[in-house]
Design a protein around this ligand. Structure first.
Ligand SMILES: *Cc1c(COP(=O)(O)O)cnc(C)c1O
Length: 425
């Protein structure tokens, strides 16, 4: 028995499934989840002291790698002066200014504690602003676990073959329409049929939660024009994509301006955080200025703000993204070459420093195509690489994350391991 196995046995007596988030369980790939003792840079160490190159990156936040000295320093300095106060601190202003600098569509920010909270609040705001009830989400997109967004919601549910969550009422579900990603005609028809009833469309503008899936052609621009013409609020959920590929998000990259933006993950540098922002007129509807109530005991807590500020300031340094994206390209290209050489059907989807190797033929452009991927083969691949010291997401339908701590040496080490294990698939 390894120590991870012992801990997992014990954990299952006290924690549901031995985990605090279902994506951490190894249910779809088999085996026991790892217990982690520490991490440093591009590496993570399990409870037995075994070292792995980490491509989970805590599912997004750890873009600078683990325990980055500047982030550590900022956290240590801040935490010494108190953990949280129930009153405002200067860090909230500083982080808000960095977010606004990167996202011109955001004129005012509200910090919350998670991406889930950010999205939930953004939907409430959109409903209040439009005085309409219905919302549209896309199959395979995940926006946190709030009731009205849990239908066909990507990786976590997909991994367990659940269409939606139990415990969501019929009435709640009735207000949510599910649309296929990358299909503008579907939306045109839907908007015609429910003219004047739809408050918001929420989308991962580049999807990370069914694996990485990119928008085709002018999809985002057309989506934006269409929502605007119907008076529908367009919400970009950039919790994962914010600050991932550039100092900004998919909206800055594609030149599409959403009405509301949700952020999380990277902006907290590994500490709990979420944020939503929009133009002033909209944000002024939120309490204490307006009638949309939303609050939080730990919101904008100084430790999360400090970690976020240090992380974003580091990301702002020239060439950070150029080299991060280049290192990731080396990984993606390397996997593609190996798959071709070994005749393994595979699509490596990439957005900046996030990738998904899909075990399937043909490009993945929506949820139905993602579901065609060979999950048994992924499970086999996962088990072989974890044995060889590569920590990747335990699901075919997740993004892998590369950090600025990953060097070409780590990538080449990874590819050498893949070269061996892919012969066994
Ligand atoms: C992770 C994620 C969320 C949820 O964020 P939490 O902090 O886990 O609540 C929402 N939307 C997207 C796109 C995400 O990737």
């Amino acid at each position: 028995m390894t120590r991870s196995q012992d801990l997992f046995t014990e954990a299952q007596k006290h924690l549901v499934g031995g985990v605090d988030s279902p994506v951490r369980a190894f249910k779809s790939v088999g085996g026991n989840p790892l217990f982690i003792s520490r991490a440093q840079g591009a590496h993570i160490y399990d409870a037995d002291g075994k070292k792995y190159i980490d491509y989970v990156g805590s599912y997004g936040p750890m873009i600078l790698g683990h325990v980055h000295p500047k982030v550590l320093n900022a956290v240590e300095r801040t935490v010494k002066n108190g953990f949280c106060f129930g009153a405002s601190t200067e860090g909230e202003i500083e982080l808000a200014m960095l977010v606004k600098e990167a996202f011109p569509s955001i004129e005012m920010v509200r910090f919350v504690n998670s991406g889930t909270e950010a999205v939930m609040s953004a939907i409430r705001l959109a409903r209040a602003y439009t005085k309409r009830d219905k919302i549209v989400k896309f199959s395979g997109c995940y926006h946190g676990h709030s009731d009205f967004l849990l239908a066909e919601a990507g990786s976590g549910l997909m991994t367990y073959g659940l269409p939606a969550s139990a415990g969501v009422t019929k009435n709640t579900a009735q207000d949510t329409f599910i649309a296929p990603y990358n299909d503008i005609q579907f939306l045109k028809d839907l908007f015609e049929k429910y003219n004047g009833e739809i408050a918001a469309v929420i989308i991962e503008p580049v999807v990370g939660n069914m694996g990485v899936v990119l928008p085709e052609g002018n999809y985002l621009k057309e989506l934006s024009a269409l929502t605007t013409s119907h008076g529908i609020q367009l919400i970009f959920d950039e919790v994962m994509t914010g600050f991932r590929k550039e100092f900004g998000g998919v909206q800055t990259l594609f030149g599409v301006t959403p009405d509301i933006t949700c952020l999380g993950k990277i902006i907290g540098g590994g500490m709990p955080v979420g944020a939503y922002g929009a133009k002033r007129e909209l944000m002024e509807m939120v309490a204490p200025l307006g009638p949309v109530y939303q609050a939080g005991t730990l919101s904008g807590n100084p430790v999360s703000m400090a970690a976020g500020i240090a992380t974003l300031n580091e990301l702002k340094e020239p060439n950070t993204y150029a080299s991060l994206n280049a290192v990731t390209t080396r990984l993606a290209e390397g996997i593609r070459k190996l798959a071709t050489a070994k005749n393994i059907p595979m699509q490596v989807a990439k957005h900046g420093s996030m990738i998904t190797p899909f075990f399937c033929d043909g490009k993945v452009t929506n949820y139905d195509l993602a579901k065609k991927a060979d999950t048994d083969r992924y499970a086999k691949f996962f088990n072989l690489i974890i044995e060889s010291g590569i920590f990747a997401p335990p699901s075919q339908f997740e993004a892998w994350f590369v950090s600025t701590a990953h060097t070409t040496k780590h990538i080449d080490e990874t590819l050498d391991i893949f070269d061996e294990v892919m012969d066994e698939l």
